[in-house]
Write a protein that binds this ligand. Structure first.
Ligand code: NAD
Ligand code: TYD
Length: 357
């Protein structure tokens, strides 16, 4: 048995592959273009392991997809590959349209053609698991109920619009062509191997380097945080037991304003690696807000719990402590990802955000 994973060298994908192969013999074919966000170092512990077949390639390459599907005959596709950072989508939306929309379309078409030629039993057992985000639902008012699976799609950034489009394609390929799809819409993840352009890892690595901690706007925007390995366990659960054609919201029941996240990180660093210069909160800087910044996300994860029995294992306190400890123990990984390309990004994103406080 084989699983085809796309984007398995990125943050969530690499955690998923590592967890999958921890105690399972089922092979993973990992297709990843190794963009700036993909990092084979995340998978270094699998070097020489025959259960992991890494293929560098683009989900928009139809000939490559046809070859991989024919050669490996996976029983499922788990589709992580995407451009994933909202701020990058604001400065350059083209790559998001290409990978998230056109790439997903190409993958769906390749799978559709492949399935048509399979014997009925194999076709019926096949699953296409599309990994998406809560950002497709848009922004919530402070007292509004959390997003359920029937909440309307109201994406506000090029990133979320491109993911919403991909969710619609996946849905349509199910209803029109009978593709056996499952979709997950998950809240913000955090944990090991998180690229330090996103809030939590950026704040950890900046604090350790004595650099400013740039909070956008008033810092009262709310996100619903989930430890990445809990997201991976939710995807495994949906893959094994989810009802074909359904979507499942995945979240950690952990709504927190950004400012509180930054204060928590500072407090943990003060405890685990105190700075001779004084408390890390001295580095907090309020900077110009993100255009179209969604005010609040919150996930109602009752459907996946009720139907499939999934719940997160980590609390925010336990997960954030593990995460900070991981970054402290993995300075080499951080130094490697902060290469020239990373410096160019930091320059492009933060140069236009003069401090406001
Ligand atoms: P990431 O940016 O860390 O990783 C994306 C991976 O996809 C990288 O390894 C990259 O090289 C690869 N990739 C990009 N374009 C590709 C292409 N054209 N062909 C093949 N590979 C390509 O992203 P992530 O945070 O791990 O997110 C993974 C998925 O989960 C995405 O679909 C994202 O929308 C979704 N998601 C993320 C979060 C989150 O908080 N990070 C939350 C919910 C859903
Ligand atoms: P991010 O990690 O980019 O995830 P998303 O935008 O997909 O939710 O950002 C999380 C929140 O943190 C979001 O409200 C924007 C905010 N943020 C900052 O305040 N400063 C930063 O430097 C970054 C990267 C994000």
């Amino acid at each position: 048995m084989t699983l085809l994973v796309t984007g398995g060298a990125g943050f969530i994908g690499s955690n998923f592959v590592l967890d999958w192969l921890d105690g399972r013999d089922e092979r993973v074919v990992n297709l990843d273009a190794l963009t700036y966000a993909g990092n084979l170092r995340n998978l270094a512990s699998l070097d020489g392991d025959a259960r992991h077949v890494f293929v560098r390639g683009d989900i928009g390459d139809r000939a490559l997809l046809d070859r991989l599907l024919a050669e490996h005959r996976p029983r499922a596709v788990v589709h992580f590959a995407a451009e994933s950072h909202v701020d990058r989508s604001i400065l350059g939306p083209g790559a998001f349209i290409k990978t998230n929309i056109e790439g997903t379309y190409t993958l769906l078409e390749a799978v559709r053609t492949h399935l048509a030629a399979l014997p009925a039993g194999e076709r019926e057992a096949f699953r296409f698991c599309h990994v998406s985000t809560d950002e497709v639902y848009g922004s919530l008012a402070p007292d509004a109920p959390a997003f359920t699976e029937t909440h309307p799609f109201e994406p506000n950034s090029p990133y979320s619009a491109s993911k919403a489009a991909s969710d619609h394609l996946v849905r349509a390929w199910h209803h029109t062509y009978g593709l056996p799809v499952l979709t997950t819409n998950c809240s913000n993840n955090y944990g090991p191997y998180h690229f330090p352009e996103k809030l939590i890892p950026l704040m950890i690595v900046n604090a350790l380097a004595g650099k400013p901690l740039p909070i956008y706007g008033d810092g009262l925007q709310v996100r619903d945080w989930l430890y990445v390995r809990d997201h991976c366990s939710a995807i495994r659960t949906v893959l094994e037991r989810g009802r074909v054609g359904e979507t499942y919201n995945v979240g950690g029941w952990n709504e927190k304003p950004n400012r509180e996240i930054v204060l928590t990180i500072c407090a943990l660093l003060d405890e685990l690696q105190p700075s001779p210069e004084g408390p890390y909160t001295r580095l907090i800087t309020h900077v110009k807000d993100r255009p179209g910044h969604d005010r609040r996300y919150a996930i109602d994860a009752r459907k996946i719990e009720r139907e499939l029995g999934w719940r997160p294992a980590e609390t925010f306190d336990s997960g954030i402590r593990k995460t900070v400890a991981w970054y402290l123990a993995n300075g080499d990984w951080v130094r490697e990802v902060q290469s020239g390309g990373y410096r160019d990004w930091v320059q492009a994103n933060y140069a236009q955000r003069a401090a406001t406080a």
